[in-house]
Design a protein around this ligand. Structure first.
Ligand SMILES: [Zn+2]
Length: 346
């Protein structure tokens, strides 16, 4: 019993030392994700995120209510801080924003993004049946019923709730433009600008009732297993230009550093699922492959039908015409030989 309670304390102490001494971490190279657990032991532990959301992990849960969010529509008078922390672009959120449909109130703290690069526009953290999206947004909330602030909640098992939105390159997204138009002001690490408030709800997909739910972790060091994850089933789109604003316009290095390091490919790879299941709020399975199969069947069936039915109809039509002509010839007194000659043309 003593050793069981000692291990989490030791992990927290090691993590505290790493944070205190500013152990740096990156997504590639000698400080890349495979080395995170040296300084941040939880990164090598259980219940890690992201994961690949595979069909065989899914279990329908009829008790999962639609996500309800409050005060997401911010006035332009409220100033938000848009910042580059060297790992991501982050927007600070006011504490009146919260999720009201979970067993506790979860108060919003910040939202941020993970994305690919211009050459490889695949940078979502969660994948669905191995499909990686171009980018992913995380809206981070903490359990304000139980903890006074983010830093007290961040390492608690019921501390955080994150809403994840998968992002594909496609149609232009006016909601993303509300902060992307200020992105030139935060090119370098630790730069910040104030941006007018806007409707944060518009960054989420239209349907908030269809989502995946599982227990996981922060996807960056210290990787605490403290996150109740909600990944919306439906993705949103941003234009290619909007994607490139993030993927090519930012640096993970400070402005004064002589060789700037581009900030892109800032996603962690899928982690082991272990014994976890992913609950789903919606009943239909992913039928996209069946729909494709069905479409192919209908098309092939229609083509075959045309090939068979058209000659058959022609045949019947000609036979009918021949019959009519025969009747006509009978009527006008044509002889049998003429009938045979006409019949042979059928
Ligand atoms: Zn994140």
């Amino acid at each position: 019993m003593h050793s069981a309670s000692f291990i989490p304390i030791l992990l927290l102490q090691l993590t505290f030392l790493a944070v205190l001494h500013g152990a740096k971490w990156t997504y590639n190279g000698p400080e890349g994700e495979h080395h995170w657990s040296k300084h941040y032991p939880y990164c090598g532990g259980a219940f890690q995120s992201p994961i690949d959301i595979k069909s065989e992990l899914l279990r329908f849960d009829p008790t999962l209510r639609p996500i309800e969010i409050q005060n997401y529509n911010l006035s332009p008078n409220e100033q938000l801080t848009l910042g580059n922390n060297g790992h991501s672009v982050q927007i600070s959120l006011p504490s009146k924003m919260h999720i009201s449909s979970l067993p506790h109130r979860y108060t919003a703290a910040q939202l941020h993004f993970h994305w690919g690069s211009s050459g490889r526009p695949s940078g979502s953290e969660h994948t669905v049946n191995s499909k990686q999206y171009a980018a992913e947004m995380h809206v981070v909330h903490f359990n304000s019923d139980k903890y006074p602030n983010m830093s007290m909640a961040v390492d608690k098992s019921d501390g955080l709730a994150v809403l994840g939105v998968l992002i594909e390159v496609g149609e232009f997204n006016p909601a993303f433009e509300k902060f992307l138009r200020f992105i030139n002001g935060i090119k370098y690490r630790d730069q910040r600008v104030q941006v007018p408030g806007f409707n944060i709800r518009a960054l989420l997909p239209a349907r908030l009732d269809e989502y995946y739910r599982y227990d996981g972790s922060l996807t960056t060091p210290p990787c605490y297993p403290s996150v109740l994850w909600t990944i919306f089933r439906n993705h949103v789109t941003i234009s290619r230009k909007q994607f490139l604003d993030m993927a090519t316009g930012l640096y993970s290095s400070h402005a004064q550093e002589s060789s700037p390091v581009p900030l892109n490919g800032n996603f962690r790879k899928p982690q082991l699922v272990d014994s976890r299941v992913v609950l789903v709020s919606f009943k239909e399975a992913d039928l996209s492959w069946i729909n494709t199969g069905l479409l192919v069947t209908i098309l092939v069936g229609s083509a075959l039908g045309l090939v068979l039915i058209v000659p058959l109809l022609c045949c019947l039509f000609k036979q009918k015409r021949a019959g009519a002509e025969q009747d006509k010839s009978k009527g006008v007194g044509y002889n049998g030989s003429e009938k045979d000659e006409y019949g042979s043309r059928v």
